[in-house]
Design a protein around this ligand. Structure first.
Ligand SMILES: Cc1ncc(COP(=O)(O)O)c(C=O)c1O
Length: 494
């Protein structure tokens, strides 16, 4: 039985609350609102906060519900399914086991749960002000991961990876970072678990986000601009000055593989990373129950797929096992549209070709996405587990141009207050479109948004948007076709 929705006495919001547009072209189209912009007294709860005791005790392993037999990663050397030995040079065995686990639930170690208590459970918030601005009958909720010390969902996996590496005696973790969110999260987690940390940061983000770099260093890690001249991989890609996640991964893997007591840590894509992120979706289910609602549609942004998978997988299990009918919608950048325009094929996870081949929607491992501001979404592939569900029609995807994403982010910031990261801004745009569709259909649709992080270190991107300098960078079909031509030889996926 769901609890009755609790009633509060209304929240009085100051008269004269207005959404004034900023400099042209920043005024969101949705802001053509009448005087009802003034917020009225609301009678419903705004935030749904779970107690610490509701932090999940296990992670949801969606591989146990995968459609058909999961396609294995392949060793690039033999073309045969990659086994634990192919991964043991760079990952501890505990994470390799999680990567391949068929268990439906993986227990969360006490020390990881204790560490999660620093910021979890994260809040579920009803976007009443956004609903009002859109004049939509839809109920919009967002699960906000920006309350973590590092500012995003990335810490959920960083803590788990640092813990298992410390248990395995790892001295140092080496990693890549796109937006700087993963690098900063891992730097903090390594600090907590007494491990050194070295970060290769995608060149364009390194230049755009000096304060993310400072954050990484504040928590004790070292950070290099990628491509760097510290690795063979970096030197071979020096022509791609702006860098890419694929190149930064190659650099980090090379350093980790060349050292006896260093390991590599990936911030997305792999099964174990998506697994760790399922604390988000499990808490969301419990908090939605507090709100007395269940989502008709769940929306999130997709870079490598970890925050979206972490949010949707527990709901997806409810669809598969318990007959729920929630829709799932992943939002990706139009400049790096893996799920909507990529090929479903085996490809390398990195640019140089050092990782196992993974079955995924890919734009080609040597494709270098345009330098859009959502640095965390500039990845050529996506989590194989998520791709399998997209391929089988369980999950939908949409591509959003960055201008439209920032337009939506501005409306969100001016109504709900939180300045979203450029990555979840893509999902906000998709949520607004869902809410508009609900209005057209006259439906009280319940929409759940994964707000994966704040944008406090992305203000140069907001500045570019506000001053009209932000370009929409679409992907050229010829460039994409050429990158797909260069996919490695591997069995075709039906
Ligand atoms: C705030 C935020 N959201 C989303 C992403 C995309 O990553 P993923 O698709 O793995 O969640 C990133 C990556 O850096 C990020 O920083």
């Amino acid at each position: 039985m769901l609890p009755e929705r609790s009633q509060t006495c209304g929240t009085v919001v100051s008269e004269g609350f207005q959404l004034e547009g900023g400099a042209n072209p920043a005024r969101p189209a949705y802001v053509g609102m009448p005087d009802s912009r003034k917020m009225s007294v609301m009678s419903e709860d705004k935030k749904f906060l779970l107690p610490e005791s509701a932090i999940p005790t296990g992670w949801v392993n969606i591989m146990a519900d995968a459609p058909g037999e999961p396609l294995p990663p392949l060793s690039p050397a033999t073309g045969q399914p990659a086994g634990p030995d192919d991964l043991s040079a760079i990952f501890p065995m505990s994470l390799i086991e999680q990567e391949m686990s068929p268990e439906p639930v993986v227990e969360i170690p006490d020390e990881v749960r204790e560490t999660y208590k620093l910021w979890r459970p994260t809040p579920l918030i009803r976007a009443t002000r956004l609903e009002k601005a859109l004049d939509t009958p839809a109920h919009i909720y967002y699960k906000y991961e920006g309350t973590s010390p590092a500012g995003s969902h990335k810490l959920n996996s960083a803590v788990a990876q640092a813990y298992y590496n410390r248990e395995a005696g790892t001295r140092k973790l080496v990693t890549e970072t796109g937006a700087g969110q993963w690098g900063s999260a891992l730097s903090l987690a390594c600090q907590w678990f007494g491990i050194e940390c070295e970060v290769f940061m995608v060149g364009v983000s390194y230049d755009q986000k000096p304060y993310r770099r400072a954050m990484i260093e504040t928590w004790g890690a070292s950070v290099h601009r990628s491509p760097s001249d510290l690795t063979e991989a970096g030197r071979s890609q020096a022509a791609h000055e702006s860098g890419s996640l694929g190149i930064a991964i190659s650099e980090a893997v090379e350093v980790a593989a060349g050292s006896e007591d260093a390991n590599y840590a990936l911030g997305s894509v792999l099964n174990h990373v998506c697994l760790h992120q399922t604390v988000i979706g499990q808490e969301a289910i419990a908090a939605m129950e507090m709100a007395g609602e269940y989502p008709d549609v769940v929306v999130g942004c997709v870079g490598g797929g970890s925050n979206f998978a972490g949010l949707i997988n527990p709901f997806l299990r409810e669809n598969i096992r318990n007959g729920k009918t929630t829709r799932f919608l992943g939002a990706e950048p139009a400049a790096c549209p893996t799920l909507t325009r990529g090929k479903y094929a085996y490809d390398f996870g990195d640019t140089v070709g050092m990782t196992p081949l993974m079955p995924m929607y890919t734009l080609g491992h040597d494709f270098v996405p345009a330098p859009v501001h959502a640095g965390g979404l500039r990845y050529h592939g996506d989590a194989p587990s998520l791709c399998a569900f997209v391929h089988e029609g369980f999950v939908e995807a949409t591509a959003v141009p960055q201008g439209a994403a920032f337009e939506a982010a501005l409306l969100f910031a001016r109504t709900e207050g939180i300045i979203p990261g450029p990555e979840p801004a893509h999902a906000i745009r998709a949520v607004i479109e869902e809410a508009e569709a609900a209005k057209q259909a006259g439906e009280e649709r319940v929409i759940l948004l994964g707000l994966s992080g704040h944008g406090h270190f992305d203000m140069s991107a907001y500045q570019a948007y506000l001053s009209g300098e932000l370009e929409d960078l679409e992907l050229d079909q010829e460039e994409l076709d050429a990158a797909i031509e260069r996919l490695p030889e591997a069995p075709a996926i039906a």
